[in-house]
Each structure stands twice: as structure tokens, then as C-alpha cells.
Design a protein around this ligand. Structure first.
Ligand SMILES: Cc1cc2nc3c(=O)[nH]c(=O)nc-3n(C[C@H](O)[C@H](O)[C@H](O)COP(=O)(O)OP(=O)(O)OC[C@H]3O[C@@H](n4cnc5c(N)ncnc54)[C@H](O)[C@@H]3O)c2cc1C
Ligand SMILES: O=C([O-])CC(=O)C(=O)O
Length: 348
């Protein structure tokens, strides 16, 4: 519901999204573009290039969460890749940092899921031939496919532009307590605070999984190689090649660990020997906002004297880019339901 007064659109409802990473911006863009009668504000204390999302390789690939219906996770994957594929094939691709990436996921042992749950949504998925596998003598099984790589250092500024174009406002500020937002009168609060949810909403199920990656100059590498057991990967990108990684559970260190760098280079050079000639351009560390199951749900929270609808969308672990648009659409659906309840007669 919105009114036209003096030729200006008066937005009658207000939504605030906390979080300036890939999940926050995707959710804020979805809401601002779908609900033009809502005034949408995005608040975060860190923006690109200082978020976890900026450290992500940004490849669309994923392991399933254990207790979320697989069909729902398939939908999230499909919606994200279906959103990004046309961008990758448009004139906006390089500004948005979104492009197709082909390569191999290889396994030392036969994996439980020879055909992963997202195989129908990437392009040209197939099992590798013995001839292809000869290149990786320590591995006995592999999958070849084309997926999308979404580089957040480009994608986040591009999404911010898109959000502002849809009328969204951006505020740099730490939110210490949801009460602060309630007292500003927002109709719905959307929580996309990643690891920040641990303190913002007191969720003890959220924990960090530390990841360190190197950027190297190796323009001769055209294809990604990912060890399916998940520790080692080589992802050619727009400006450099991302070489990783580590998965250190409950490790809060944000500083670079030189031993990790050494270990990563050794592991990845054994997959791709030419990497030993590559110049290292930089090293970064991010803390994956991990949770047994990603949390995409709504609840009513008593803030002061008001019951305020809160939509949560956090805890994506190592798959936040992969599921960003799908979970944002899910959150949009929950925001619509909340707005219906706040203003039952509104035509949303
Ligand atoms: C090394 C590495 C490689 C990765 N590679 C991939 C990959 O290839 N593919 C993939 O899909 N994923 C990958 N990931 C995972 C991905 O980075 C995360 O899942 C994703 O970034 C999570 O996004 P987010 O927006 O939830 O969190 P973040 O990017 O951490 O953003 C959280 C936002 O919330 C804000 N915030 C938090 N608390 C508050 C508060 N109290 N007040 C105000 N603002 C607050 C922060 O300032 C920030 O803006 C990788 C991660 C790492 C570390
Ligand atoms: O596992 C990968 O290929 C990349 C990734 O998502 C991560 O490091 O979290």
C-alpha cells in the first residue's frame, strides 16, 4: 500500500536489514525491488572490502545442511544460479564480477553423493573420464561442470548501486541490540548479520570456521580444481587465482598464518604443479558464519513494550554466495507475511 502525495510516493511501511555482506545486500535488494511501498534501510558496521563475503572465492558449489529439506536447498541453489547466469551473460558481467567457471571436483575416495544435489542446475555436469583423471593420479573419481563464480569485491558495490536505485538507504553503524531498531519504529527487522548473530540475537549455535586463501598471479590457469574433500582448491578469477584453503573450526584468528599459506601452496601445487611458479599477490582470512543449519525463519520478539516481527537469514557457513539469492527470496516471502500481519488490509 502506498499513497501518492504531491507527486511523491509516500512509502507506508519500513523494513530494516542488518548486514552488509552478500546475504544482507541480496535480501535488501529483493525486498526493495519487490515491495516498492516499503522504505528499506540496510545497516551494517562493515562493508566491502571488509566483510567475510569479500574473502569468499564466490564459487557456486555446496554441501547440504543436514536438517533442511533437500528440495528447499535445491530451490535456493537453483534460484541463485538462475539469478546470476543472466548477469554473467550480460554487458554488466565484469562490473558485477559474475562469470562462468568450468573445472573439476576430484575425490580420493568415492563420495557418498556421486551426483551432488545441485548437479541439475550447473551446466554440463558429468562424471570425469579415466583419461581426464590421469592428470590427478592421487584421485580416483571426479566431476566436471560449469558453474558461476561471483566475486564479491565487485558484486557487493554493484548490489549496493542496485539497492540505492530501488530507493534503499544505507547506514554504517553497529547495532548493539535489536531494541535500538524497534525504538526507531521499523515495522520489520531482517537479521542478516552472519557471525554477528551470535551476539546480536544471542545465538550460541553460530560459530566461526576460519578460512585462509591466497591470491596468486597465474593467468595461464583457466579451469578450477577442487578437492572434493573440501580443503584444497584453485579458482581462476577475474584479476587473479584464488588458492585455498583452510577450515578451522571455532578459530577466531583474523590474522594471516604463514604456516597455513605454506601448507596451502604445497597442497595446491600437488594438484597443479605450475602453481609453484605463480607470484603471490596477497593473503586473506575470513570467518565463515557457520551453523548446523542455516537459519531462515521468522519470529516475534518482545522489544520494549512492542512485539516486533524479526526475519532471520544467517548461518550460511561456506555457502553464503551459493545460496544468497535463494535464501533472500525465502526471507522476502517471510517479510511479506510479517507485513500482512502488521497491516492486514495492505495489498502486498
Ligand atoms: C576462505 C573462504 C572462502 C569462501 N568461499 C566461498 C565460495 O566459494 N562460495 C560460497 O558460496 N561461499 C564461500 N565462502 C563463505 C561465504 O564467504 C559466507 O557464507 C558469506 O560471506 C556469508 O555472508 P553474510 O552476508 O552472511 O556474512 P558477512 O559477509 O560476514 O556479512 C555480515 C554483515 O553483518 C554485519 N553485522 C554483523 N553484526 C552486526 C551488528 N551487530 N551491527 C551491524 N552490522 C552487523 C557485518 O558488518 C557485515 O556487514 C567462503 C568463506 C571463506 C572464509
Ligand atoms: O569449499 C570451497 O570450494 C570454497 C568455499 O565455499 C569455502 O572455502 O568455504
Amino acid at each position: 500500500m502506498y499513497h501518492i502525495q504531491n507527486h511523491r510516493v509516500m512509502k507506508s511501511m519500513t523494513v530494516v536489514v542488518v548486514g552488509g555482506g552478500v546475504v544482507g545486500f541480496s535480501t535488501a535488494v529483493c525486498i526493495a525491488e519487490a515491495l516498492p511501498y516499503c522504505s528499506v534501510t540496510l545497516i551494517a558496521d562493515r562493508f566491502t572490502p571488509d566483510t567475510t563475503s569479500d574473502v569468499a572465492a564466490g564459487i557456486l558449489i555446496c554441501s547440504p545442511f543436514p536438517d533442511i529439506p533437500l528440495e528447499q536447498q535445491q530451490r535456493w541453489f537453483k534460484e541463485t544460479i538462475d539469478h546470476l547466469l543472466p548477469i554473467a551473460q550480460s554487458e554488466q558481467a565484469s562490473e558485477a564480477g559474475v562469470f562462468l567457471s568450468s573445472g573439476w571436483q576430484i575425490h580420493k575416495e568415492l563420495p557418498a553423493d556421486k551426483v551432488p544435489f545441485w548437479s541439475a542446475f550447473v551446466l554440463g555436469f558429468r562424471i570425469m573420464t579415466d583419461r581426464e583423471l590421469k592428470r590427478f593420479p592421487d584421485h580416483k573419481f571426479g566431476q566436471a561442470f560449469t558453474t558461476v563464480k561471483c566475486e564479491c569485491s565487485n558484486y557487493l558495490p554493484w548490489m549496493e548501486k542496485r539497492f540505492r536505485k530501488a530507493g534503499g538507504q544505507v547506514v554504517k553503524q553497529k547495532v548493539n541490540d535489536l531494541q535500538e531498531l524497534s525504538s526507531q519504529g521499523y515495522d520489520v527487522i531482517v537479521n542478516c548479520s552472519g557471525l554477528g548473530a551470535k551476539s546480536l540475537v544471542g545465538d550460541s549455535q553460530v560459530y566461526p570456521v576460519r578460512g585462509q586463501v591466497l591470491k596468486v598471479q597465474a593467468p595461464w590457469l583457466q579451469h578450477f580444481i577442487r578437492d572434493g574433500e573440501g580443503q584444497s582448491y584453485i579458482y581462476p578469477g577475474m584479476h587473479s587465482v584464488t588458492v585455498g584453503g583452510t577450515r578451522q573450526v571455532d578459530d577466531w584468528r583474523l590474522e594471516v598464518d604463514p604456516e597455513d599459506s605454506q601448507d596451502i601452496l604445497e597442497r595446491c601445487s600437488s594438484l597443479e604443479p605450475s602453481l609453484s611458479r605463480a607470484r603471490v599477490l596477497g593473503v586473506s582470512v575470513g570467518l565463515r558464519p557457520s551453523r548446523k543449519n542455516v537459519r531462515v525463519e521468522r519470529e516475534m520478539v518482545l522489544l520494549g513494550s512492542r512485539q516486533v516481527p524479526v526475519v532471520h537469514n544467517y548461518g550460511h557457513g561456506g555457502w553464503g554466495v551459493t545460496l544468497s539469492w535463494g535464501t533472500a527470496l525465502e526471507a522476502l516471502g517471510l517479510v511479506r507475511k510479517c507485513l500482512h500481519e502488521v497491516r492486514p488490509r495492505a495489498r502486498l
